[in-house]
Ligand binder design. Structure first.
Ligand SMILES: [Zn+2]
Length: 303
């Protein structure tokens, strides 16, 4: 059942068509429903186009999230809306581009064989140059080998597939913990454990609909599409990617709070746990293939 996007009051319909003769796409013959509780339009966004929705999404307006999550995309709790699947694919492809550009600029781990051999060469050359008094120009440079050294040795298609897998697994490791934590039903347990049970309920809301949860996380990650501007203008990629990651996290928290009405602290805790798991998985994969993680391990963006 649709809801009023202003006060969440359930309404039967969002608009009434009172004349079949007029063209609905032109806004004729359609009357928006007035919410019986707050007396405002139940959902003004049914008349707005995608550009307005996108701008209001970026501005984190709760009404636009309620419109998308409850009135437009939330009709079916069993499977994803097709437009959400398309958005998910688009976000993965964008993230592959951003992640690839960021990872290949990171320094190799200190223990990497290539770095060790280079440092031993540098030491030998330094000792030689000290003994001969001639400075060695080729090894005195401060250039640190980056992940690009290893990546460029592989075929391009293999590099691409690796980053697609990395981003896909990172995304899964962000969504699945949040879905799991919210799916645990309230259970009645004997007194010694009841404290833990009530603590769990205090920390995590109960929301047994994983599809709307993932939909909320995907919709609120649309800020990730902003780096398309990087194609037009030259930006400092790591700092802009970090800024985008934080903006996405703020949007994720807002979307979960609006969907579950659980308060910003609990939504923030869920997103923090999801982001932590994503960082661990992404860092683990990078370390497993011998790539540097920038020393943080959480540096891989995801959604
Ligand atoms: Zn209302």
């Amino acid at each position: 059942m649709p809801i009023c996007i202003e006060c969440r009051y359930p309404v039967k319909t969002l608009y009434t068509t009172y004349s079949k003769a007029d063209d609905r796409s032109l806004g004729k013959g359609v009357r928006l429903t007035q919410c019986p509780r707050c007396k405002r339009f139940a959902d003004k966004y049914v008349e707005h186009d995608f550009v307005v929705l996108f701008i209001d999404l970026v501005l984190i307006k709760p009404q636009v999230y309620r419109h998308l999550l409850f009135n437009r995309l939330g009709q079916n709790d069993e499977r994803f809306d097709r437009s959400i699947i398309r958005l998910g694919i688009l976000l993965v492809l964008f993230d592959v581009y951003l992640t690839w550009a960021r990872i290949e600029k990171l320094a190799l781990p200190q223990s990497h064989p290539q770095l060790l051999s280079l440092s031993s060469n540098t030491n030998t050359a330094n000792s030689l140059s000290t003994s001969t008094g001639i400075p060695n120009s080729s090894t005195s440079s401060t250039e640190v080998p980056t992940n690009a050294t290893i990546l460029s040795a592989q075929p391009l298609i293999l590099q691409y597939l690796f980053f697609v897998a990395l981003v896909f697994l990172s995304t899964l490791s962000f969504h699945l913990p949040i879905r799991f934590l919210c799916s645990v039903p309230p259970i009645s347990v004997p007194p010694p454990l009841s404290y833990l049970s009530s603590l769990y309920r205090t920390l995590f809301p109960h929301y047994p609909h994983p599809i709307p949860l993932s939909t909320a996380l995907l919709v609120s990650s649309c800020t990730k599409l902003f780096p398309i501007l990087l194609i037009i203008w030259e930006y400092d990629l790591p700092s802009s990617a970090t800024a985008v990651s934080w903006a996405v996290i703020v949007n994720n928290v807002a979307a979960l709070e609006i969907l579950m009405d659980c308060g910003y602290l609990r939504a923030g805790l869920l997103v923090a746990i999801g982001a932590g798991c994503r960082g661990l998985v992404a860092g683990g994969i990078l370390r497993a293939v011998g790539l540097g993680t920038g020393g943080k391990g959480l540096g891989v963006g995801g959604f």
